[in-house]
Structure formats: C-alpha cells, structure tokens
Design a protein around this ligand. Structure first.
Ligand code: ATP
Length: 456
C-alpha cells in the first residue's frame, strides 16, 4: 500500500464546512455533543446528491436490483441471529491514570497515548446502542438501534423475492441511518456514532459467487472514479485470512487517502450463505430460492458492498478541495463533480441596479425549475465568483446591461473560469448539457461584450 496522507489539511475542510454551511457541530449552542454533526443547507444538498448518485447507479440504471427502506428498530432476535449480540464488540482499554478509554486495536504501544499511563486489560465492549420499547424498562423490552442496514435486507429477502418476482442473480439495496457506540470517534465525519450507510446484498447462485464478487469490487471502485475521485487517491485492500469473519469467503476494502492516511470508504464482502441460513435457523422460516431452470431449492450466496454516506462525502470534499492562484490571489475552489455540487447554478446580476433586477429575477425563476439555483447580488462580481468557487458551484450566470438589449447572458465555468455568452432561451438546454459533462468551449469574451455591458 502506498504510504502517506492526503496533502489537504483536515482543519481546512472542517473550517470551510462550518464557514459555508456544510456541516456544524451538533447542538453547538450547548457546547456540542461528541462526534455528532449536523448537515447545514449546503451539506444536506451534497449528502442528497451522494445518495441520489448511488441510488441511480445501483437501482435506477439496472434491472437486477430493487430498493427497500426497513425500520431502524428491528426484532431483537435479528441481532442474535446475525451475531451482533454475541460478537459485535471492540476490545476496550482504560488508562488507570487519566481514565481515558481507547480501542486496543488503535494503539501502537501498551501505554496511554495521552498521558503514557498504564492501561487496563482489554475487555469486550458491545457497540450496539440499546433502548427500551414501551413504558417498561426491563430485559424483555430491550431493542437496539441498528448498527448496520444490511439485516433489514436479509429479513425481507422472502418478501422481496415474492413480490418483485426477481430471479437470481438479483440484489436489494438500502440506505439509511446506522448507530454504533464507537469507543474512539474522530477525524470529523469519518467515524461517528450516528451515520448513514448505503448497502447492497446481491444474491447469487452458489458457485458463481467469485465472479460476482470480482464484478462488484470493480463496479463500486469505478463509481467513485466516475464521480471525480482521483485514481491516485483510491485503492483496494484485500483482507488477510486473519481479518476475515469466519463465514466470509473474501473481502476487499476500497480505501481513500484521507488527510490522516489511507482508510476504509467501503467494504465488499463475499458472505456465502451465512446470513440467510442464520435467519432461517432463528426465525424457523424457509429462506431459500427455487431455481425453476434446474428444479433445485438452495440458499443463495450473497455479495455485500457496504458504503458510508458520510465517509464518501468527506472523501468527495477532500478530493475536490484546492487552493489556486487566480488573478493574483488565492482562490479556494471545490472541484466537485457537477452531479454532487450542492448548487448547480448561481444568478449574478452585475449590480443591484434596479434596471437589472426584473430580468435577473426572471432568469432565476426559470433556472430554479430545472436546477438547484441561488441568487446573489451582494458585493463585487469577483467576490461573488470566489464565494461560489468555494462551495463548488459549477456555473455562474451573469446578467449585465447588454443582457437587457440583446437578451443574452454570460456563463462562467468554475474550473477553467472561462466564459461564454449565449441567448437566454438557450440557457437551460446548454446548462443541462454542460452539467452532464459536455465540454465547455469558451469564446473570447471581448468578441461579444462591449465595455458598456461590463458597466465600465
Ligand atoms: P471501520 O473498520 O472503519 O470501523 P467497519 O469495517 O466496521 O469500518 P463496516 O461494518 O464494513 O465498517 O461498515 C460499512 C461502511 O459503513 C464503512 O465502510 C464506512 O463507510 C461506514 N461506517 C462504518 N462505521 C462507521 C462510523 N462509525 N462512522 C461513519 N461511517 C461508518
């Protein structure tokens, strides 16, 4: 594995996220709550776009996949069958001096990283959050907040099979919140106690599982590349035999070069028939597949690509972040893929001059029917460009005095800062094409704009 860390500083990402309304510390006015974060107006859009891109790739554009949305609280037996009650734990050690607690597997030596104090022997700590259902708080009313979305898929295997009439191979996808009482959190939204997952269970005929495992590893790796992650910042790490769960036939992690080093973005595992067999055993229900071509009944094997929404967001933000020298000053820019950018287009009237307002508002009304659009008339054009660069807006549409005469606007592209001028009635079509990846062929501005139009 290549050594190193991403050259982008995590502090800069955290600060940009706070300053521009992507991510805030949770309940900040009360001093925050450890490792809980709130997504602000831009963060929520970025997050929706990440999830939308995933849903589109794994469901909308395929005919072998369907989605579900299972409840967060499930029958407690689910977690007995899945092995979480027994084994979903981390080794916890505590410093005898300062009483800080650590995950033993995160430590290099055997003293406290904070004060060098002596540590206790590791004890297993279950990571599931427990609560009680109903008014009585006793053992019979214990329920768990799901620590992964996957089990909601397995327990619905038969329901989906019966209603969707899918044949093997087929998959079920789900995204939603998961909760883990992690011992050590940190690195911003990388490891938190409440997070979102995007998980697939892809059911296949036993014997074809290796082929489908390789297929999904490549498919998922390519998804990040298609959304703009730089290839040099992404790699695959194969789990060694010791690291593999006893039932798993193979596992790869897709790792990203985060500011703190290489770390898991998504895991893809060949889980054999473990989960369906376990749920069949504990529920007493048959969870198998009838193959009408061979006349056999068997339990499918499953390939599980399991990704984190928040971790992907962090990777997309880090990968997109850049500081460039432009026109003699440093501009901070997020080169986010247009599909992920929270705001696609901003309308910038050259000034607040009342003559410009009606046309600018008209263009704004038209564009927001098609794209997430903002209207910004505060401060100089240069400052407004920089603001949009910093939040990753791919296109700025400027309305100037000449626009009133010729019904044309100027579109500026974020990455190249190149500009084109075009008729208002071609704007939506052009932006649609450019947002879908059509190259931005800029014409020299001086050919189309007069000094008058520039307000000079
Ligand atoms: P790690 O080793 O980093 O704790 P894991 O191997 O336990 O992760 P999985 O159980 O495979 O993670 O979960 C699948 C995905 O869910 C991870 O690749 C990650 O993107 C996301 N994820 C898991 N735990 C967390 C967490 N505490 N905070 C944010 N995302 C998480």
């Amino acid at each position: 594995m290549p050594e190193g860390k991403n050259k982008v500083d995590m502090e800069k990402i955290v600060s940009l996220c706070k300053r521009r309304g992507f991510i805030f510390p949770s309940s900040e006015i009360y001093g925050g709550l450890g490792s809980c974060w709130d997504y602000g107006p831009l963060g929520v859009e970025l997050k929706r776009n990440v999830k939308e891109a995933w849903w589109r790739a794994v469901i909308q554009e395929r005919d072998d996949m369907v989605g579900i949305d299972a409840s967060i609280m499930m029958h407690p037996q689910t977690w007995v069958a899945s092995g979480h009650v027994e084994g979903f734990s981390d080794p916890l050690v505590e410093c005898k001096d300062c009483h800080l607690r650590w995950r033993a597997t995160d430590l290099n030596g055997n003293s406290c990283p904070d004060c060098s104090g002596e540590l206790t022997e590791p004890k297993q700590f279950n990571l599931m959050f427990k609560t009680f259902m109903g008014p009585v708080e006793d053992d019979a009313s214990v329920v768990y907040l799901r620590p992964e979305t996957a089990q909601g898929i397995f327990v619905n295997f038969d329901n989906v099979l019966a209603t969707s009439r899918k044949k093997l191979p087929f998959g079920i996808a789900q995204m939603g919140k998961s909760f883990r009482n992690e011992i050590t959190t940190g690195n911003f939204i990388f490891r938190t106690r409440e997070f979102e997952q995007m998980e697939i269970e892809y059911f296949v005929k036993p014997g074809t599982d290796e082929k489908w495992f390789d297929y999904w590893v490549k498919e998922r790796f390519d998804w990040y590349l298609k959304l703009g992650i730089k290839e040099e910042n992404l790699h695959l790490r194969k789990h060694g035999n010791k690291e593999l769960a006893h039932y798993a036939k193979g596992c790869y992690d897709i790792e990203y070069l985060f500011p703190m080093g290489w770390a898991e973005l998504e895991g893809i595992a060949n889980r054999g028939d473990f989960d369906l067999v376990q749920h069949a055993k504990y529920s007493g229900k048959t969870l198998s597949y009838f193959d009408d071509e061979t006349g056999e009944h068997y339990t499918p094997y499953v390939i599980e690509p399991s990704a984190g929404v928040d971790r992907s967001m962090l990777a997309f933000l880090v990968d997109a972040y850049d500081e460039e020298l432009a026109e003699g000053e440093t501009r901070v820019v997020l080169h986010l893929h247009p599909k992920l950018a929270p705001i696609k287009v901003v309308i910038l009237p050259l000034s607040r001059n009342v003559k410009l307002v009606p046309l600018a508002r008209e263009v704004y009304t038209e564009l927001r029917r098609h794209f997430m659009t903002q209207y910004d008339d505060a401060q100089s054009i240069g400052r407004r460009y920089r603001r949009q660069d910093e939040i990753g807006t791919p296109f700025c549409v400027t309305i100037d005095f000449q626009s009133l005469e010729d019904k044309q606007v100027t579109i500026r592209e974020r990455d190249s800062m190149a500009q084109i001028r075009l008729p208002i009635n071609e704007m939506v079509k052009t932006l649609q094409a450019k947002l879908s990846g059509e190259p931005f062929d800029a014409q020299p501005l001086w050919a189309t704009r007069t000094p008058d139009a520039l307000g000079q």
